[in-house]
Design a protein around this ligand. Structure first.
Ligand code: URA
Length: 192
């Protein structure tokens, strides 16, 4: 695997990775953050959930998916008999983009090595990617989420990867929730 970042040598363990993220200044997002948002949950989880990046509430609390979208994610997990303690949750970018704008390609590129190493360390049996940034970053593609969801992919040719809509999008477009449930059911079949 490629290095996490030029500043971190070798294949860091959790403690080294976490402190590298906490002190990261690899892109401009470092200037606007209250704190980094590393990830949360079970580091030996079967399911890893990947979101986009911290919003205001996450930036304040240092934990992913603790705002309104996070409540919907918690409900989605609960429907599968899962929760924040049994899965591992991380984002593509670890710092909040100002005003919740989309992360820029160079910000995603600067941060991607951290997520890649988190995936290696967790070694999940399934990755569930929420929304465009997670899907396109993990699959290295520009194909829209609507065309990626609904079928099983593989991350790095190996780990089953299911794409679904971001919960923040589902809050704005509840008519898409039925499709998201289909995706969650598909994800569950991948770990049986
Ligand atoms: N949206 C995300 O993609 N990640 C979070 O942590 C919170 C909201």
């Amino acid at each position: 695997s490629r290095p996490v970042s030029p500043e971190v040598s070798g294949a860091p363990g959790w403690a080294e990775l976490e402190s590298a993220v906490a002190g990261c200044t690899r892109c401009a997002l470092a200037e606007g953050r209250t704190q980094t948002v590393f990830g949360v949950g079970n580091r030996k989880a079967a399911w890893m959930i990947v979101g986009e990046g911290p919003g205001a509430e996450e930036d304040r609390r240092g934990e992913p998916f603790v705002g309104r979208a996070g409540q919907l994610l918690d409900n989605m997990l609960a429907a599968l008999g899962l929760n924040r303690e049994t899965v591992y949750i991380a984002n593509v970018v670890k710092c909040r983009p100002p005003g919740n704008r989309d992360p820029k390609p160079e910000e995603v590129a600067a941060c991607a090595g951290y997520l890649e190493r988190q995936i290696e360390l967790v070694a999940p049996r399934l990755i569930l990617a929420l929304g465009r940034f997670a899907a396109q970053t993990l699959l290295q593609t520009d194909v829209p989420v609507g065309q990626l969801r609904g079928r099983a992919h593989r991350y790095a040719g190996r780990i089953p990867l299911v794409i679904t809509y971001h919960p923040a999008y589902l809050l704005r477009s509840p008519e898409q929730k039925a499709r998201a449930w289909d995706d969650l059911r598909l994800a569950r079949t991948q770990t049986l």
